[in-house]
Design a protein around this ligand. Structure first.
Ligand code: NOJ
Length: 567
């Protein structure tokens, strides 16, 4: 029986490498997470999503899986995982597993078998094609690009054949056309569902179905060379329905898909409840409002209108038909308080709480990335060697190869690096911020930890965590905040974002100032006398319909019963 528990869920994402290292070996682990479950529960979240915990050689830090049915030894054992699951469930916290099955690690036994002989039954688990001979040269089968730079094809030894990898060379794409591959995925899902997990986050799911026959991509508008052949392929909807029928729908699950530039039409179809595909997908459009065309390393002045478009379009599009998600950060993005033109130095608390209010009071499930709840900032990396993400290195090398001077290339990388999100969690101001007992962490600490850490935040009068607690309590319990329809207000305003939510005749109004200056804003007539449910400032200056908002002030208003009678 499906209970749709996810509709008023709040999800907390843990990147296990960096949460808490209980055995002081430099890597976060399951025992460390168990130690912190009360802290997580107290925040007010109802579910935890774990970035991959499976066995992996970590070329892409867990997103290259070499055994989907086991836990990587650096994190613990299957027994440790079962204990984690029980400890979560004892606290009424649901558990969402990450699953990267667009590709496997090239160290997965399937891949090793596949390339061991042309007759291997595993050969057809992957996408293997003859290269093209041009004179003496052997070219890849098509001109497609990997998301992580370079060709999407890698030659197999000294043969004429290549395998497809849309990400790292060490991440070989699975051939979802092969029913056996889909059976394997169903078996993985059932393995974890049987153990008791409550849901899955599917990594780059809309690349599962490719477009055949393959060819070169000469289109000018494709986001990446080859994308028309591997994004939203023709069997996507069928594949998702199959996973539902054979695994997901048999349990009380929740699914969220991480997609690569889906078309609007497909995005809508993936989440439409009556289609039985996914319960939700992530929408990241607003997170591109400070970079050029979705290219993370290329900064542009923050565009609030673009941010609003990205945030509100899915809320409008899915309402009434499918559920939505609300995201500011994850392991692939820089820290939100260090972005979006924010004056972090002077207004970190105000901005962290404003961004959360604006984003999480919308229509959908809030996803909080570890450390966001204390307003963790980007890291002042000193050089490229401090960064561990392969993508930072690929793009840095590419830029240097094009003749961009190293210091400039480093500046670009530092702007958008995923590494910012992956520095260890900052618990206190002791050695390594309490991540462990002193062993050098796999990824350097953010030196800000002396100032920004859990202990200090909780002791502060202006605690981001404590504000989140109040905000999440509203988000989970107020019916309008859960089910209300979002109506954006004053879209063209370049300093303020505002919207109403309405459900069963009840209304909320959310307003947030993106400026580091006091800013006037005229609210709708009905908000004039509305009750203030929450604000990140004690003071609210209002004169009739005009609010004078403090720098980065956010306010949630609720219509009073007698206001409704009057209007
Ligand atoms: C999306 C994941 O979030 C990211 O971390 C990973 O590198 C790629 N998919 C490839 O699996």
């Amino acid at each position: 029986m499906r209970t749709e528990w996810y509709k008023n869920a709040v999800v907390y994402q843990i990147y296990p490498f960096s949460y808490r290292d209980s055995n002081n070996d430099g890597w976060g682990d399951i025992e460390g997470i168990i130690e912190k479950l009360d802290y997580i529960k107290e925040l007010g979240v109802t579910a935890i999503w774990f970035s991959p915990l499976y066995r992996s050689p970590d070329y892409d830090y867990g997103y290259d899986t070499s055994d989907y049915k086991d836990i990587d030894p650096k994190f613990g054992t299957l027994e440790d995982f079962d204990r984690l699951l029980k400890e979560c469930h004892d606290r009424d916290l649901k558990v969402i597993m990450d699953l990267a099955v667009n590709h496997t690690s090239t160290e997965h036994p399937w891949f090793k078998e596949a390339i061991s002989s042309k007759d291997s039954p595993y050969r057809d688990y992957y996408i293997i094609r003859e290269g093209r001979r041009k004179g003496k040269k052997l070219l890849p089968p098509t001109n497609w690009e990997s998301t992580f730079t370079g060709s999407a094809w890698e030659r197999i030894g000294d043969t004429d054949e290549f395998y497809l990898h849309l990400f790292c060379v060490e991440q070989a794409d699975l051939n979802w056309e092969n029913p056996k591959v889909r059976e394997e995925v169903v078996s993985i899902l059932n393995f974890w569902l049987e153990r008791g997990v409550d849901g899955f986050r599917f990594d780059v799911f809309n690349m599962f179905s490719k477009v055949y026959p393959f060819g070169d991509d000469f289109s000018k508008d494709s986001f990446q060379k080859g994308a028309p052949f591997y994004v939203d392929g023709p069997r996507m909807h069928e594949f998702l329905k199959e996973l539902n029928e054979k695994a997901l729908s048999r349990y009380d699950t929740y699914t969220v898909g991480e997609s690569f530039h889906p078309s609007e039409e497909n995005a809508h179809a993936y989440v439409k409840e009556s289609n039985h595909e996914l319960d939700s997908i992530f929408n990241f459009g607003h997170l591109d409002a400070d970079n050029i065309k979705g290219k993370k390393f290329f900064k542009k002045p923050f565009d609030l209108l673009q941010f609003k478009d990205g945030l509100f379009a899915p809320q409008r599009s899915y309402y009434g038909e499918g559920w939505n998600t609300l995201v500011l950060e994850n392991h692939d993005n820089a820290r939100s308080v260090s972005r979006f033109g924010i004056d972090t130095k002077h207004y970190r608390y105000e901005a962290a709480t404003m961004l959360a209010t604006l984003t999480f009071m919308g229509y959908g499930i809030p996803f909080i990335y570890m450390g966001q709840e204390i307003g963790m900032t980007n890291c002042d990396f000193k050089n490229i060697d401090e960064m561990k993400d392969p993508v930072s290195h690929f793009v840095y090398d590419l830029m240097c190869g094009y003749g961009i001077p190293k210091p400039l290339a480093f500046r670009f990388i530092k702007y958008g690096a995923r590494d910012h999100a992956r520095t260890p969690m900052q618990w206190n101001d002791s050695v390594n911020a309490g991540f462990n007992d002193g062993q050098k962490p796999w990824q350097c600490m953010n030196p800000e930890y002396k100032e920004i850490n859990v202990e200090k935040d909780l002791a502060s009068e202006r605690s981001v965590y404590r504000y989140y607690q109040k905000l999440l309590a509203i988000k989970k319990n107020n019916e309008t905040a859960i089910y209300g329809k979002t109506e954006e207000y004053d879209h063209i305003n370049k300093k303020i974002a505002a919207y109403s939510r309405e459900y069963n005749g009840k209304r909320l109004f959310v307003v947030s100032n993106f400026s580091n200056k006091q800013t006037d804003f005229i609210v709708p007539q009905w908000v004039k006398n509305a009750k203030v449910l929450l604000s990140n400032y004690d003071e609210l200056i209002r004169k009739g319909q005009t609010l004078t908002l403090h720098p980065y002030q956010a306010v949630i208003f609720e219509e009073r019963e007698n206001d409704i009678l009057k209007s």
